[in-house]
Design a protein around this ligand. Sequence first.
Ligand SMILES: [Zn+2]
Length: 289
Amino acid sequence: MKPGSSILMLLPVLAVLAPGAALAQNDDFASVEIVPHHVRGSVYYLEGRGGNIGVSLGDSGVVLVDSQFAPLTDRIAAAVASLSDADIRFVINTHVHGDHVGGNANLAALGVSVVAHDNVRLRLTQSGSEAAARPILTYPDTATIQLDDEVIDVIKVPPAHTDGDSYIYFRNSDVLHLGDVFRTTGYGFIDTNNGGSAAGTIEALQLAIDMAGPDTIIVPGHGVLSDASDVQEFVDVIIDVQGRVSDLIDQGMTLEQVLAAAPTADLDERWGDPERFLTGLYNSIAGGM
Ligand SMILES: [Zn+2]
């Protein structure tokens, strides 16, 4: 099989990704293992490729948060089956990116209801994704799923990573899934092509810190389990670099000049390649978003 052939199946969802979005586009998915991690109570997350999948287990049904990539659906379903005999009933998308919604259509074919913010459906529709991949249950602000012993709050946040970001809070387990507004694998990513915003990112991260209690476990879109202090460190870096980039924009610098000035040189050892982060920040600040 040619390396590109699995990509054809993903084209509809990849089309919504901003240029430079971190995706191993040419990799074969054959080697990907779906690894379940217990978080607390009835909540797990699945690590595979793409965004961390939240899992809430109930006697009468399982709720997932995000669906990674289409070629992984069988393995994701098998991982869920290793944890519970119950059927998957809902998948909630934290946002529109292909590494979070890629399995939607496959799950829908299994009878799973796809739930997401209005803007996720709008952007999937505008980008020409297949109808089966689109959420059939959408909300403008919040939704709550009350299934068995868990209450799951789905909360739209200000435009941050994209304009369709939701946080998912598992009330009884005290676990908060932040999608890609928060990650532990590197700098943040403000996808201005999908309505993301620097100011909104800072506002949304502050909301996460305010929502979290002392024991709340935070699941990032990418990376490892965290707490509110990790989110605080992450937002502090964004605020710091936002100031640096604003100064350079005030000096009249173009994006290319800002990147060449390496304004995050002292931070890159900790946070990695800054190009995508700086590009999003620049576009957001320069665009008044
Ligand atoms: Zn994303």
